[in-house]
Structures are given as C-alpha cells and as structure tokens.
Design a protein around this ligand. Sequence first.
Ligand SMILES: Nc1ncnc2c1ncn2[C@@H]1O[C@H](COP(=O)(O)OP(=O)(O)OP(=O)(O)O)[C@@H](O)[C@H]1O
Ligand SMILES: [Mg+2]
Length: 340
Amino acid sequence: MSLFATTIGIDFGSQHTRIFLSNAGVIFEEKTIIAFDTHDSGNKKIFSFGNDAYQMLGRAPESISLVTPVERGIIVNQQDAIAFLNISLNSIKTFSLGKPAIVITVPTHITNIQLRTAYEVGRLVGASEVIPLQTQIAALFGSHIEGNEVHGRMIANIGAETTSVAIVSLGGMLSYTCAPLGGVDLDNALVAYIAQKHHIVIGRHTAEQIKLSYGCVVDDGSNEVISVKGIDTVTQLPKIIKLKKQEIALAYSNVLYEIIQIIGQVFRDTRAEIISDIIDYGILLSGGTSLLPGFDVLISEKIGTPAQVVDDPSRVVIRGVGKLISTGHIEAYTLAASGK
Ligand SMILES: Nc1ncnc2c1ncn2[C@@H]1O[C@H](COP(=O)(O)OP(=O)(O)OP(=O)(O)O)[C@@H](O)[C@H]1O
Ligand SMILES: [Mg+2]
C-alpha cells in the first residue's frame, strides 16, 4: 500500500460524520443526514445536509425527503452515501487534493457485501485507494493509548446506533463484538415509555434533547420534574405533561442493561492474565453515549472492573484514525492486515 502525501480519514458514523485530513487534523463534523428536494420527481436535488438537515427531522414538509446513508454503522444506500460524502468533501475543498487515499472506519459486524459497498463508495468519491479500519482499533489509538502495548486493554465505544467493544493486546484484537445498539435506542425507549405512561407522543428529536439535558441512569431520589410537550394519544391535541427525572432512568434501564451485557460478552474466552490487566487499567469508554451521566459508574458496578470515559469521547474514533495516518502506522492495523 502506498500512502499518498494526503490521506483522508472518515469516521462514517450513524449520527455523525467526522473527517480528518493529514496535515490539517479533524476539520469536519456534521450529522450524517441529507435532505433532498423531491418537488421535481425526475430530478432529486440536494436541499441541505449535515446539522442543517438534522434540524428538519420530524419537521420537514412532504416535498423534502430526509435520508440517513449510514444506519447501525453500515452504509445502507450507496447513492445517498456518495451524495453525502461528495457534498461533505467539497465543503472542505478536498477536490484540490487530487486522488487521495481514504481510510474509512467500519464496524466489525460488517459483511463482505457491505464491505464491498464501502470500497465502492470510497472509490466513487475519488479515492485512489480505500483502506477500511475497524472502529475499535481506531478508538483505542484515539484514547491516547499506545495500542501496541503488551498489556491487555479494553475499549467500549457506545455511539448513536452501535456499541463496539474490544480487548486488545499488542495492537491485535483478542476478543471483540459489535452490536446494533446505542443512544438512539435510549431515545426510542423514552418515546415508548412516555406514550405508555403519560399517553402523549413525543418526537425522537425531543427525546434526544431530554437525554442531553436531563439524561441519567439511576433513580437518585430527586423529585425534579420537567415539562414535556407532545400530542395526546386519545384526543390528538397538544398536551404538556410533567415527567419526573427518575422516570427517565427507568425508561432507559432495559437498553442500558443490554449495552452492559454486550460489553461483558468480550470477557468470554479471555485469558486470566488479560483479565487481570483490564481490572488494573479499567475499561475505556468512548462514543457520545458514554457521556450519559452515571453510565460509567453503572458499567463499572455491573461488570466489576473500573471504567472511565476517555477525554473528548465523541471524537475518539476520528482522533485514532488521524493518529494512525499521521504516524504512518495505519498499514499494520487495517482490515486487510487483520486477515478478515
Ligand atoms: N451528553 C450526552 N449524554 C448522553 N448522550 C449523548 C451525549 N452527547 C451525545 N450523546 C449521544 O451520543 C450519540 C452520538 O454519539 P456518536 O457521535 O459517538 O455516534 P456515531 O459515531 O454517529 O454513531 P455510531 O458510532 O453508533 O455509528 C447520540 O445518540 C447522542 O444523543
Ligand atoms: Mg461512531
């Protein structure tokens, strides 16, 4: 593999796309969504993309179609993925770079066909070479850890729609898993809880805002109450209800325990020395959902090892991609190198 002077790193996440450019750093972070204007049925025009398009979720008129090219960590529509990446890369003027190599993160549960789609998308947005990199490896290197150290280290990246976990030693994954579960499932659980207990329908956007402002994982005994606006399921009229903060933790509980179970799975078949290292060093937590207050403590209690959220956890994957590109070590850690 020849690394070109310019290499672009892309963390193509279910909710966020982050782009790293060699010699410039992380220069792009937008929501992975694109809004098409479908007024003229024969001619789909891009109306907006990224954070602007995300604001339209649940609010767009019929003539606007909102599409998310990555779902549960996987490219679900090749054309939409190309449209999104083209507009993103154009916005940071990478077209002046000729044909760069593109490193793209992929989840470990990717099938061969889905991997082929990732190669194809990279090629069609102008890559001279497409280099797939597993999310967990990128997350480990992005956590300011030398991924090739001899001790066993463990990382759990809990994103919007996926949870990727690995135990790594000497730069190789000893045990790993990736499951289609993340922050969006907490939002869906809150929507369902409020519909069932309070008989109003709220949007997923509102549920996410509640999580970002008041999200919690245990009943801390507080009587704090928040107002939530929605539509009465019986009268179909607007209604405001009072939601206790402790109900939020209750609504999340099943999803939280499922995520913890996924994290615990990687211990199966792990040797005692490695487990002892992990007890010493703790589980590193990353991804946006690791920011949910108290989740680190809950994980630590339920799994029985220390767990700590890494610095700037949402950007850890792209930071790791950048580190591997900048140090010229990416070749050793790509999916091709792992023999998968
Ligand atoms: N402070 C916070 N508390 C709780 N959740 C948060 C917080 N900040 C962000 N999140 C959640 O983190 C998720 C986004 O995380 P991230 O950017 O790591 O996902 P992604 O990389 O796009 O998705 P994936 O890796 O699953 O494909 C969203 O569900 C968001 O609501
Ligand atoms: Mg991610």
